[in-house]
Ligand binder design. Structure first.
Ligand code: ADP
Length: 281
């Protein structure tokens, strides 16, 4: 088959030196095929992902310690839900631990910002998915001044130290920042308002948030500049084209899981003996 990627998605989407304000959100970095091909590849790549995830799960069931954590960040309508449904949806749900982080509850606010995050870290063998995350505490919190600057300024270092600890404990962290253009967001919000089956996804606050776009871009830039580490790298995903977002995140997860080099756990019993006993039973 012809070569479909000019470079691995892990390098095509790397955040190093990237300027959020200059990003072409309609681009499909690294991918040579168009929409039709990209869309048609998803089921087959999802199957590859599913087998790798099952290996991770099997590894966890047999005493292994490894985990993978996908952190999804993005403005409203960026497509985080679509990733969960179409990418994570291709693997066995018993091996997935999905956590979404909305406005903190009173109890959560009474604790350190990482308190609620720690509680949802994936267990051994699990593919964890954070739909929003501790990064909200330097994004929406920074943009709206929900805590003083002296407090959120310290969070970048705290986040790095936290992620280092998580990575050192056996978790491969994959961070994806999804970006749509302001125009594409308008189209997606309009679609929600034009379809009764999408009203439930609409939040009037999404419209007021649009006025803060430049501030969000600045806050995202600071996140990429200050928390893009070797042990927890950021991938910047142009997300105007949903098929590309889904294919790219599938490939990022395939890469992360392949990197674990897991084999199927061996039998801790005598296979021939068990076959003999089965035949006799
Ligand atoms: P979504 O919009 O992703 O479907 P929700 O409606 O549950 O999910 O709410 C997400 C909202 O919670 C977003 O507006 C987000 O900015 C906000 N949020 C998440 N974390 C925090 C936080 N730490 N502080 C304040 N607001 C937060």
């Amino acid at each position: 088959m012809a070569k479909l990627w000019t470079e691995p998605v892990t390098t095509a989407l790397r955040a190093d030196g990237l300027r959020v304000a200059d990003l072409d959100t309609s681009a499909t970095p690294g991918f040579l095929g168009g929409k039709q091909l990209g869309k048609s590849m998803l089921p087959e790549r999802g199957e590859v992902l599913s087998v790798l995830q099952e290996k991770l799960f099997a590894h966890g069931r047999t005493g292994g310690n490894r985990r993978v954590l996908l952190i999804l960040q993005g403005m409203d309508t960026a497509g985080k839900g679509g990733i969960v449904r179409h990418v994570i949806g291709s693997v066995d749900p018993q091996g997935v631990d999905h956590a979404s982080f909305g406005v903190p509850t009173e109890e959560e606010r009474a604790h350190d910002f990482l308190w609620r995050i720690r509680k949802r870290l994936p267990a051994a063998g699990q593919l964890g998915v954070f739909d929003r995350s501790h990064y909200e505490d330097v994004l929406v919190v920074r943009v709206h001044g929900l805590v003083p600057q002296s407090e959120w300024e310290q969070r970048y270092d705290r986040i790095n130290a936290f992620e280092k600890e998580v990575a050192d404990s056996g978790t491969t962290i994959v961070k994806v920042a999804m970006f749509v253009s302001l125009d594409e967001q308008k189209r997606r919000l309009r679609a929600r308002l034009e379809r009764p089956d999408k009203y439930w996804k609409f939040n009037p606050a999404d419209i007021t948030e649009r006025a803060f776009w430049p501030e969000y871009q600045k806050a995202y830039q600071a996140v990429l500049d200050r928390t893009n580490t070797d042990y927890a790298p950021w991938y910047v995903l142009p997300a105007d084209q949903k098929w590309y977002s889904r294919l790219a995140v599938t490939e990022l997860l395939i890469d992360a899981l392949t990197g674990l080099n897991l084999d199927w756990p061996g039998a801790n019993f005598d296979v021939a003996e068990q076959l003999r006993l089965l035949d006799q039973s």
